[in-house]
Write a protein that binds this ligand. Structure first.
Ligand code: UDP
Ligand code: MG
Length: 312
């Protein structure tokens, strides 16, 4: 393979990471000194209010490999990643956080797997330093739930740190849904997937831009864009309520028949109406939801399939 000419674009979404950008740049450059591929940077400014972008412009003057995209405001991490990938014209893209929690020193491992033929290579965290217990526990629970509901094989314990071959990047360009969960989508596209392990470090500087509420929001987006299981759950609840209602009703009718004095007048019919209607309503909402979810699937306009090879 003529690796000399291959290029790797680093997509770095950042929001107020002034203190980390230069270090990330320097450490990455050092890493690529011993790799045959050429590196380029696509820093994506997701609405920073500090002077991080100026640091980058300064770097760019000395080194034209440093590229900068500025979003007009904060659009969120997942959209920033998308913008970077849309503008990357390279043989492979590596998505990496700007806070150095994903060490650039892991990139050679990603590249190795890529050269071996993997088109999507995840970096799976062996250990996570500097993150709260709450966040780690919620994350672990979420990934288990997501894998069950979404029927997409997302690796447990992988963030957005990963390498994507040009083909995978081009495929993802065709996926334009608004509520994007990139970790799910990079699995959903298929292709040859592989992984490497690494130890996630603590943040180099600054504070997390993903407080727990924002992570929960992402989790909700992830589940609703990959699964209509919550809607199916409502339908099932409705059906079960209906069945229980009928059974309860039978019981009431029997009691009324055996010992009419034991019942308050009117209670039987009231109870029957509440139980049956409640069940029927839940069921109807679930059914409606199923149609809504199908409309949602259609308007997302995800491609029906992707080809990894075509020889006609
Ligand atoms: N980030 C972003 N836009 C946002 C929030 C975060 O571009 O709205 C960037 C952030 O600067 C960092 C990466 O996304 O480079 C991951 O965020 P962070 O490190 O704060 O999340 P954590 O690692 O704590 O989950
Ligand atoms: Mg981080």
């Amino acid at each position: 393979m003529a690796d000399q000419n291959k290029t790797v674009a680093l997509v770095v979404p950042f929001l107020n990471e002034r203190e980390n950008l230069r270090t990330l740049y320097e450490r990455t450059i050092r890493v690529f000194e011993s790799e045959p591929e050429e590196v380029r940077f696509i820093f994506v400014d997701d609405g920073s209010t500090d002077d991080g972008p100026d640091v980058l412009l300064e770097l760019r003057e000395k080194d034209p490999r440093v590229g900068l995209l500025r979003l007009s405001r904060n659009f969120g991490h997942q959209v920033a990643i998308t913008a970077g990938m849309d503008h990357a014209d390279a043989d492979a893209v590596v998505i990496i956080d700007a806070d150095l929690q994903d060490p650039p020193e892991v990139i050679p491992d990603l590249l190795r797997r890529w050269r071996e033929g993997c088109e999507v290579v995840y970096a799976v965290r062996r250990r996570r330093a500097g993150e709260s217990w709450l966040k780690r526990t919620l994350a672990a629970g979420f990934y288990k739930l997501f894998r069950r509901l979404a029927r997409v094989d997302v690796p447990l314990n992988a963030g957005d740190f990963r390498l994507l071959d040009r083909r995978a990047v081009e495929s993802l360009r065709g996926v334009r849904e608004q509520h994007r969960f990139m970790r799910g989508l990079t699995c959903w596209i298929g292709f040859t997937q592989g992984s490497v392990e690494y130890d996630r470090e603590a943040r180099h500087d600054g504070e997390t831009k993903y407080p727990v509420w924002k992570s929960l929001h992402l989790a909700f987006d992830a589940i609703t864009s990959f699964s209509s299981a919550p809607l199916r759950l409502i339908s099932w609840l409705g059906i079960i309520t209906c069945i229980l209602g009928v059974l309860w009703l039978l019981r009431i009718v029997i009691i009324k028949w055996v010992d009419p004095a034991a019942m308050v007048p009117g209670w039987t019919s009231l109870m029957a109406a509440v139980l049956l209607l409640g069940g029927a309503q839940l069921f109807a909402i679930g059914m409606l939801g199923q149609y809504v979810s199908r409309i949602y699937e259609e308007v997302k306009k995800r491609p029906l399939y992707l080809l990894s090879r075509k020889e006609l």
